[in-house]
Ligand binder design. Structure first.
Ligand SMILES: Nc1ncnc2c1ncn2[C@@H]1O[C@H](COP(=O)(O)OP(=O)(O)OP(=O)(O)O)[C@@H](O)[C@H]1O
Length: 253
């Protein structure tokens, strides 16, 4: 049977202007390959600039790869299908507060996602909005709130509701829990684990927090300069790191 997500030889470079006349090329992804199954959590770790966020952006179609292939349940995905597959992979941004439009009420914000990506009628959309708030522990009355009226933890829940409203199969958490204090982080992690069990959701967790990676991920990719330098089951990888970069991230060298 095919994997839920297969990434094959994905590469992406950026051109950077240096001064007036010089351009340099930065290789953000260099032939990255991996796969993941339904209900699994894959962590992507690596130092700043190793290509983690670029990988996330390519997966959700914000950036286009130069080369390589993304397959969802065995089917090759191209950007022209973005509207179709943006249901399947959703992205949860680093900073929930900044990612939420401050001038839009919660109900309208969630409704916009449905209006853009589904053919549901108004009543069905309203039901879906309420459902998505409830599943992350928010209340029906929150539809009339603006994002700034929420606490940091509630904003994180709201960002999660927006990411989940299209019933994705894969959720990318790009340092999404970094800004939270440990108590709030633990609450959101528990919620994520609950949702994963209920819906067989897969997470791609981008994090520098190796304790979190150890706690919630099944597999781990270690990236350096756009390449995957080590990968494997998280427990084993963190117990017996082989690559010098993994050891450095763990503070062992
Ligand atoms: N839009 C862009 N234009 C030019 N270069 C970029 C762009 N986005 C990323 N880069 C470069 O690509 C490389 C990979 O960046 P990326 O943000 O993917 O790394 P990262 O591992 O996510 O880093 P961090 O942990 O700091 O978020 C870096 O050298 C970065 O400077």
């Amino acid at each position: 049977m095919s994997h839920l997500l297969e990434v094959v030889d994905l590469s992406k470079s950026y051109r950077k202007q240096q001064g007036l006349f010089r351009q340099t090329t930065v290789t953000a992804l260099d032939q990255v390959s991996f796969s993941m199954n339904a209900g699994e959590t894959l962590a992507v770790v690596g130092e700043t600039g190793s290509g983690k966020s670029t990988l996330a952006k390519v997966l959700v179609g914000i950036e286009q790869p130069d080369q390589g292939e993304i397959r969802l349940a065995g089917q090759s995905v191209t950007l022209s299908h973005y509207r179709k597959y943006n249901h399947v992979i959703r992205y949860m941004f680093q900073d929930a507060e900044r990612a939420l439009n401050p001038s839009q009420k919660v109900g309208a914000m969630l409704d916009d996602v449905l209006r853009f990506s589904t053919v549901l009628d108004e009543k069905q959309r309203q039901q879906k909005v309420l459902q998505s708030l409830q599943q992350v522990g928010l209340l029906d009355e929150h539809i009339g709130f603006y994002p700034h009226m929420f606490s940091a933890g509630q904003q994180q829940r709201l960002a999660l509701a927006r990411a989940l409203i299209l019933d994705p199969k894969i959720l990318i958490l790009d340092e999404a829990l970094t800004v939270l204090d440990p108590t709030l982080r633990a609450q959101i992690v528990n919620l994520l684990l609950e949702l994963q069990q209920q819906r067989s959701l897969s997470y791609l967790l981008i994090s520098k927090n190796l304790r979190l990676v150890r706690h919630i991920s099944d597999y781990c990719l270690v990236m350096q300069h756009g390449k995957v330098v080590e990968s494997g089951p998280t427990e084993q990888l963190l117990l017996q790191p082989q690559h010098p970069h993994t050891k450095k991230l763990m503070g062992l060298s």
